[in-house]
Design a protein around this ligand. Structure first.
Ligand code: SF4
Length: 384
């Protein structure tokens, strides 16, 4: 048995207006103190169920902007994880980076510290779109950052794109796809822009200062993304994710397969319980970095909320998370996890979805059809 480790670094140079992550704009941050707190939390959790005795198969440094941290701090966390749990020899260790915050020395340092996959928030290659999104970098910085990542020894490189940005056209989306593929990453994520409550964009939308693209324009862009990225050698394996063969993001597969992970850091969430029976639980930490640090220093633990997931809740989550994957899930895996037939629990819900061409059964696996993909949120809602 093994688990995935998420490490949250909560600071950014500035707050992007669409961002609803737990990220805080700052020009300085208590890096040494926060790193100590992360290591203390990790050591404490490593000795308790379900993590004790399990090794780590993936680590993901997310944020925020983890590339603001010194490679030395990142290396200390990786070393501590190895000492506390043991990291599998072929583990995937990813770090999110902002193209405006790296140089060759920093990327080389991250690689030497043990990071083997880097993920840049490219978002777009169009200056107007980047400005609208409030990004601090320009397209040339993304191009330079991708080149430096290759030179620093990263053969695993993800680039994120955002589409359906007000003002964007399908031709702009195609330009972004061509630009991103030209940098030869092994993985591309392409997200439809959403307007989440609590963000500056949500307020702007409410007050009519910005306007969302029409639904059919957004659908046309998603279709362009779904067709054009695979044409360049990246298979779609999840609603928003594309990879060269064998280069899927293993860390994110943990989430979509509803498997156990540990999240450490301010606001991080954890999930325990992918085995059959036993208690399934989710918990989360103090969101504010200062409160997180003091909680860890005082009691080694910054948990601020938790929920137990009952059998029915776990079955729903298993279905709608796995349906995000193009391969869907094997009916036999559902049975292995819950000891019940999928049909006996979800037959009434699933039958109309099959009849309406939104779900399909293919060699023992249930998955979304192309039409189901376009209406994914409505399909998922049926299982909640
Ligand atoms: S850089 Fe990323 S995490 Fe930071 S504010 Fe922008 S979108 Fe959010």
């Amino acid at each position: 048995m093994s688990f995935s480790l998420y490490v949250h670094i909560p600071w950014c140079h500035s707050k992007c207006p669409y961002c609803d992550f737990n990220s805080h704009a700052a020009s300085s941050w208590p890096e040494a103190q926060y790193t100590r707190a992360l290591i203390s939390e990790l050591k404490d959790r490593a000795g308790t169920p379900p993590y004790s005795g399990q090794r780590i198969r993936t680590i993901f440094f997310g944020g925020g902007t983890p590339s603001l941290f010194d490679p030395k701090s990142i290396g200390e966390i990786i070393d501590a994880a190895n000492r506390a749990c043991g990291i599998e020899p072929d583990a995937e260790i990813s770090l999110e980076a902002n193209p405006g915050t790296v140089d060759l020395a920093k990327l080389g340092g991250m690689r030497a510290a043990g990071v083997n996959r880097i993920s840049f928030g490219a978002q777009s290659f169009n200056a107007a779109t980047l400005k609208f999104l409030g990004r601090i970098h320009c397209a040339d910085e993304t191009r330079a950052a991708a080149g430096m990542a290759h030179r620093a020894g990263f053969d695993r490189l993800n680039l994120d794109l955002i589409f359906a940005v007000p003002g964007q056209t399908v031709a702009d989306v195609l330009f972004d796809i061509e630009s991103v593929a030209a940098l030869e990453p092994d993985h591309i994520s392409a997200y439809n822009l959403t307007f989440e409550e609590g963000t500056a964009f949500f307020t702007d939308l409410k007050h009519g200062r910005i306007k969302q693209l029409a639904t059919d324009e957004q659908a046309a862009m998603y279709q362009t993304v779904r067709e054009e990225i695979p044409r360049r050698g990246y298979a779609m394996y999840e609603i928003s994710n594309y990879a060269a063969p064998g280069h899927e993001a293993r860390h994110n597969l943990t989430y979509w397969r509803a498997q156990t992970y540990l999240g450490i850091g301010a606001g991080a969430h954890s999930y325990a319980g992918d085995g059959r029976g036993g208690q399934r639980k989710r918990w989360w930490n103090e969101k504010l970095p200062a409160r997180y640090i003091s909680a860890i220093e005082e009691r080694k633990n910054a948990e601020t909320g938790a929920e137990t997931i009952d059998e029915a809740g776990a079955q729903s989550e298993f279905v709608f998370l796995n349906l995000r994957l193009r391969e869907g899930f094997a009916i036999s895996d559902f049975h292995a996890r819950f000891g019940r037939n999928f049909e006996s629990i979800f037959g009434i819900v699933a039958t109309p979805l099959f009849n309406n061409g939104l779900l399909t059964l293919d060699r023992g696996r249930i998955k979304l059809t192309d039409r189901g993909l376009e209406m994914a949120d409505s399909v998922f809602a049926e299982f909640v």
